[in-house]
Design a protein around this ligand. Sequence first.
Ligand code: SF4
Ligand code: SF4
Length: 372
Amino acid sequence: MDLILHLTHDCQLACTYCYGGHKRASAMSWDVARRAIDLLFDKPPTEPAAQIGFFGGEPLLELPLLGQCIAYAETRRAETGKPFRLAITTNGLAVNDALAGWLESKAVEPTLSFDGVQEAQDACRRFPAGESSFADTRRAMTAMQRHFPDLAVCAVVSPENVQDLPASIDFFVESGIRALFLNPNFFAQWDDEQLALWRRGYEHAARRFENEFRSGRAFHVNFITAKIVTHLKGGYDRSDCCDFGQKEIAVAPSGNIYPCQRMVGEDTAELGLMGDVSSGLNVSTCRELAYAREITGDDCLRCDLRRRCRNWCSCVNHRLTGRFDRTGALVCLHERMAIEIADSVASRLFEEKNKTFMETFYLEEQIASEWV
Ligand code: SF4
Ligand code: SF4
């Protein structure tokens, strides 16, 4: 089981698409954090090792608490022999070289939230008074790259910034980013023109992906890499999914437990509450959620793409359709587009027997197989 700790609801920014609820001073207490970490160590070890992720709000606003959590997890590892990995999602605004070095020394793998060129960043990720966060975030990216050469960046693709997506992809590639997560804003209203720009942006990502591999450099763009992997192994399996409370839990600053980080929000406990760190997980609620999320829509059950489709993201489904087990039209459109574009770029690199592509995606024994 992976554990996501929302260390605070607070944040320096006021992103338009934020699902973290309204910003307020609301640090998780040490007692809640300790009990949450104990929940993880009380479970049997998993393969791969469980991940403790720090999230928010902005988790680096609670640096002493973050340090305390890491020290406690290390103590519990020494007691139990149970390994873990550490990760943090940050807007980077508190990061300088010293802090990036400290994260490296503690083996905390960061993902930087950054939407791209100034126009893209300013469209949605401003400070509350409206100032731009671009320069500060770019400085943070450079500081983090000194300690994490493979730094991952997560960029939200939203109607307000989609016209800048090609320029933002170029900006990240030219800044040396090798792992780019394009995170669609499924909850916005998209018009036809914006949808066309979204496709143009994804096609641009595919061209940059292809050219990077042709230059001998592996470059990961989440929607391309994921769809190549699902082609090769015949679809997503349970270990690829958060499994809605089965494989991952998110703990709010209050101690309430949810099946997904997106569902913490305002922490109103109206939807998906699975228990709290004092009384533990409510077994019957966990069972109900696991049952409720099994996809039941006829269109999906009959669809040839269903094994490679992310229609299993229950929190997105619920927000779009009011049901965990039915996805929305925008997810369907996105998944078809992602699979089509990824398959097209992968089939060209496979035909060419591109060495970097083959070494990245194929085991020796798979090289003989055909891309179909
Ligand atoms: S940086 Fe993250 S937590 Fe802060 S406002 Fe933006 S999306 Fe929300
Ligand atoms: S969401 Fe669309 S692409 Fe995905 S399985 Fe359902 S019908 Fe197929």
